[in-house]
Design a protein around this ligand. Structure first.
Ligand SMILES: *[C@@H]1O[C@H](CO)[C@@H](O)[C@H](O)[C@H]1NC(C)=O
Ligand SMILES: *[C@@H]1O[C@H](CO)[C@@H](O)[C@H](O)[C@H]1NC(C)=O
Ligand SMILES: *[C@@H]1O[C@H](CO)[C@@H](O)[C@H](O)[C@H]1NC(C)=O
Length: 201
């Protein structure tokens, strides 16, 4: 039989329909901390990330020690701001099911609004700032056997997390978690390479 264009289109749409039907439900894991590990920066090593507002409802992931450095005092963040969850499905990341990602529960007067992980992309810098924004995350991540968070793309686990000085909206100047695009290292030499570890609370 010769396949006509309409036959091919019908076959394709039936195919994607049946795949869409096969996405398993997404579930939220118990909560965990995201702890940094650095082999060459004692200051960042073992610091946990805190969801810090950079113009609501945007939140950056800031190492707790940033506050110590900046204000010279111990900073004990609200426990809620340091707890994240993994939103995953057994079919997450297999086309057309959205990838698995992490999120954070923003407790406010209207209840709990979940914020997912996104990147602020750039056309001129290879430093993409990680942030949380209400709604599902659109950065596919996972945790390996050593609890290290990786980015999942094209079936490969990538590890290019750094902590860099960032400027957000002109007035928020955190040192925060970023993703570095490409394999040649960050455009800003002041960035520090880190691993991001999941530590259950
Ligand atoms: C980082 O912390 C780990 C665990 O506490 C420790 O074994 C390691 O020596 C530390 N590395 C540095 C560079 O401080
Ligand atoms: C902290 O989390 C709890 C439980 O999820 C919630 O009831 C509470 O409103 C949160 N508090 C803040 C300040 O976000
Ligand atoms: C989990 O991920 C799915 C797929 O992206 C999304 O539809 C859902 O809103 C997410 N849920 C949470 C709690 O992040």
């Amino acid at each position: 039989m010769r396949l006509t264009i309409p036959t091919i289109l019908t076959t394709l749409s039936l195919f994607s329909f049946s795949l869409a039907q096969n996405c398993a439900p997404y579930t939220k894991s118990p909560l965990f901390h995201l702890k940094l590990s650095s082999s060459n920066d004692v200051r960042l090593n073992n610091s946990i990330l805190v969801s810090s507002h950079s113009g609501p409802p945007y939140r950056q992931l800031v190492p707790t020690n940033w506050y110590k450095d900046t204000y010279g005092q111990d900073f004990i963040p609200a426990e809620n701001s340091t707890r994240f969850f993994f939103n995953s499905s057994s079919t997450g990341g297999s086309y057309p099911c959205p990838g698995n990602s992490i999120g954070w529960e923003l407790g406010d007067s209207s209840g709990i609004a979940d914020s997912g992980l996104q990147f602020r992309t750039s056309r001129v810098s290879n430093i993409w700032v990680a942030y949380l924004y209400p709604g599902p995350g659109d950065v596919a991540v996972g945790f390996d056997e050593n609890e290290k968070m990786y980015l999942w793309e094209n079936g490969i686990k990538w590890y290019r997390w750094f902590v860099c000085k960032t400027v957000w909206g002109g007035s928020y100047r955190f040192e925060s978690l970023v993703w570095v695009v490409g394999g040649k290292g960050p455009d800003d030499e002041g960035c520090k390479a880190v691993d991001v570890l999941r530590e259950w609370v």
